[in-house]
Ligand binder design. Structure first.
Ligand code: BES
Ligand code: ZN
Ligand code: ZN
Length: 498
C-alpha cells in the first residue's frame, strides 16, 4: 500500500473515495471536511444534525460524490465519543472504512487525521487500520470467491507543511507496525504440516536477511550439545526435529539497554502422551504464537532502528505422542541444572521455555519478556480481552502495562505470592511441570518459569486467550492469528529505559 501525505484540501484529493472520520459529538462541518460538505451542498452536516447518521464507533455510511469532487464516493466514518478515542479505536474504525471502500470496488482513499491527542499515534493508527482491515489469509483457497480489489493508495491530507512532516513520519511507523503484525499473523495461520520447527527457522532466517538482523539456528545436535534437554524432550515424540532460533538486533551504539524476547514456538501441540481431546485440536497449530509475535516484533525493531539491543529467542518444537515421546513421570535435567518431573506432557510450553529463559538470563540482559500460549486457564480467567501478566519486577511490569494501554494489546496482572511455590514442587525432582489440576493454572505456569530467570527483571505474558481471533473485529478476523503483542512490544521497546 502506497501512502502519501500532502497539503491539498480533502475535496481536491485525487482518490476514488474520501473517508470522513467523525466524532459522535460532531454536528457542524469541521475544517478538514468543510470543502467536501460544501461540494455536497451541506448534506453531511445535515445528516449529522438530523441524526440520520450517528458516528458511533465503526459506523459507516456511503454517499455518492457529485462533480466537481474528483472522488466518486464519500464514506462517513464513526469514531465514537471523542473522550473515548484511542489509537486502537481509530485503527478499528479505519478497518471498518477500508472494508466499505473495498465493497465499493474503489482502490484509493483520501482522509485526514482527526483532532485528538496524541495526533502522531492517530496517524499511525489510520495506516494500521487501513492495512490490517484488509488482512486475509487465502493462500490455500484455490477456488477464489469474488475477490474484492485492495485499497492500494492511502492519501492523508494535512493542514500545513509542518503537520504533513509529522504525519509522514508517523505514517511510516504505522506501516512498519502493520506489516510486522501481518507477518506474525501469516506465521500463526500456517498449518502445522507446513510450519514445522525447521520451516519456522527458515522463515526467521529469510526475514533476518531482508531487514538486517542476524539469525542463528541450532539443530537438534547443537541443542543436545548445549544441554537444553527440555527442548529435546518435548521434540522427541515427533519426526520433525526441534530448533532454537536466535534473532539479534545489535545497534552500533554501545550504551544501549539489552532486552531478551522469548517466544513459545510449539508448531503443533497435540498434548503428547497426555493427549488433548480431538475437538478443537486443530487450533493448536497456533501454539507458536509467542514465537510469531517475537519474530514479527523483531522485523519492526530492525526497520524502526530502535536504540535497544534485542535478541529474539525461540525454542521451537512439535509436541507429538510418537514412539519415542516424553512420558508422564519422566525426569529431565534442564539447562540450568534444575530437574523437572513431567507430570503432564501437555504442559510442554514451560518445558521449552525454561531452557530458553535460563539461556537468556545467562546473557545478563536488563530485562527478559516472554510470550506464550501457555495455559487454557488464562482464557478462563481473562477471556480473550487481555493477556495475563506475571513477573518478578513491578517497574518492568508497569512499563509493559503503559505500552499495553497505549496500543490496545491489553495485559492484566496475576499475583506471584510465595504460597504458590508449593504447587510446582515435586517429591522426586526440583519441580513438577503441571501443578495440581484446576488450581491457579496460569500462575503455576509462571511459577514454574520464575526460578530460571534468577534475579533478572522478567515479565511473562500468557497470551493463550489473545493470540487467536475469537470474534470478528474490523481489523482482526475470527479464527485466524491476531498478531497480538507485536505493537505492544514495539511500543514498550521504543520507550524502554533500564
Ligand atoms: N498450548 C496449551 C495452552 C492453550 C490452550 C493455548 C488453549 C491456547 C488455547 C498448553 O500447552 C497446554 O496444553 N496447557 C495445559 C497445561 C496443564 C496440562 C497444566 C492446559 O492449559 O490445560
Ligand atoms: Zn500443551
Ligand atoms: Zn502448548
Amino acid at each position: 500500500m502506497r501512502i502519501e501525505v500532502n497539503t491539498e484540501p480533502l475535496h481536491r484529493q485525487q482518490s476514488e473515495a474520501i473517508v470522513v472520520p467523525l466524532f459522535e459529538e460532531e454536528q457542524r462541518a469541521g475544517r478538514p471536511w468543510q470543502g467536501v460538505d460544501r461540494a455536497l451542498s451541506g448534506i453531511i452536516s445535515a445528516i449529522l444534525k438530523s441524526g440520520e447518521f450517528k458516528p458511533t464507533a465503526n459506523a459507516t455510511s456511503v454517499l455518492h460524490a457529485p462533480k466537481p469532487l474528483p472522488a466518486e464516493r464519500v464514506v462517513l466514518l464513526g469514531l465514537g465519543k471523542k473522550d473515548k478515542v484511542t489509537p486502537r479505536t481509530v485503527c478499528e474504525a479505519f478497518g471498518a472504512a477500508v472494508k466499505e471502500v473495498r465493497k465499493l470496488k474503489r482502490k484509493s482513499i483520501a482522509t485526514f487525521v482527526p483532532e485528538a491527542s496524541p495526533a502522531g499515534d492517530l496517524a499511525s493508527a489510520i495506516v494500521e487500520g487501513t492495512r490490517l482491515g484488509q488482512y486475509e489469509f487465502v493462500r490455500y483457497q484455490t477456488e477464489k470467491k469474488d475477490e474484492l480489489p485492495s485499497v492500494e493508495h492511502l492519501i492523508i491530507a494535512a493542514g500545513d507543511v509542518r503537520q504533513a512532516r509529522r504525519i509522514e513520519s508517523a505514517a511510516r511507523t504505522g506501516q512498519i507496525k502493520a506489516e510486522s503484525v501481518a507477518f506474525a499473523r501469516d506465521l500463526q495461520n500456517l498449518p502445522g504440516n507446513e510450519l514445522t520447527p525447521v520451516h519456522l527457522a527458515d522463515a526467521a532466517d529469510a526475514l533476518a536477511s531482508e531487514v538486517g538482523l542476524s539469525c542463528e539456528v541450532w539443530d537438534e545436535n547443537d541443542i543436545a550439545r548445549w544441554g537444553m534437554h527440555t527442548i529435546l524432550a518435548v521434540g522427541q515424540g515427533s519426526k520433525n526435529p526441534p530448533r532454537i532460533i536466535i534473532l539479534r538486533h545489535e545497534p552500533r551504539r554501545a550504551d544501549v539497554p539489552t532486552v531478551m524476547l522469548v517466544g513459545k514456538g510449539i508448531t503443533f501441540d497435540s498434548g503428547g502422551i497426555s493427549i488433548k481431546p480431538g475437538q478443537g485440536m486443530e487450533e493448536m497449530k497456533m501454539d507458536m504464537s509467542g514465537a510469531a509475535t517475537v519474530i514479527g516484533a523483531m522485523k519492526g525493531i530492525a526497520q524502526m532502528k530502535l536504540p535497544v539491543r534485542v535478541w529474539g529467542i525461540i525454542p521451537a518444537a512439535e509436541n507429538m505422542p510418537g514412539g519415542n515421546a516424553l512420558k508422564p513421570g519422566d525426569i529431565i535435567k534442564t539447562y540450568s541444572g534444575k530437574t523437572v518431573e513431567v507430570t503432564n506432557t501437555d504442559a510442554e510450553g514451560r518445558l521449552v521455555l525454561c531452557d530458553a529463559l535460563a539461556y537468556a538470563a545467562e546473557q545478563k540482559p536488563d530485562a527478559i519478556l516472554d510470550l506464550a500460549t501457555l495455559t487454557g486457564a488464562c482464557i478462563i480467567a481473562l477471556g480473550h480481552v487481555a493477556a495475563g501478566m506475571m513477573g518478578n519486577n513491578d517497574t518492568l511490569m508497569d512499563q509493559i502495562r503503559v505500552a499495553a494501554d497505549r496500543t490496545g494489546d491489553r495485559v492484566w496482572p496475576l499475583p506471584m505470592w510465595e504460597e504458590y511455590n508449593e504447587l510446582v514442587k515435586s517429591h522426586v525432582a526440583d519441580l513438577n511441570n503441571a501443578g495440581p489440576s484446576r488450581i491457579a493454572g496460569t500462575i503455576c505456569g509462571a511459577k514454574f518459569l520464575e526460578p530460571f530467570v534468577g534475579d533478572i527483571p522478567w515479565a511473562h505474558l500468557d497470551i493463550a486467550g489473545t493470540a487467536w481471533g475469537a470474534t470478528d473485529t474490523p481489523t482482526t478476523p475470527k479464527n485466524l492469528g491476531a498478531g497480538w503483542g507485536v505493537r505492544l512490544l514495539l511500543q514498550f521497546l521504543k520507550e524502554y529505559k533500564k
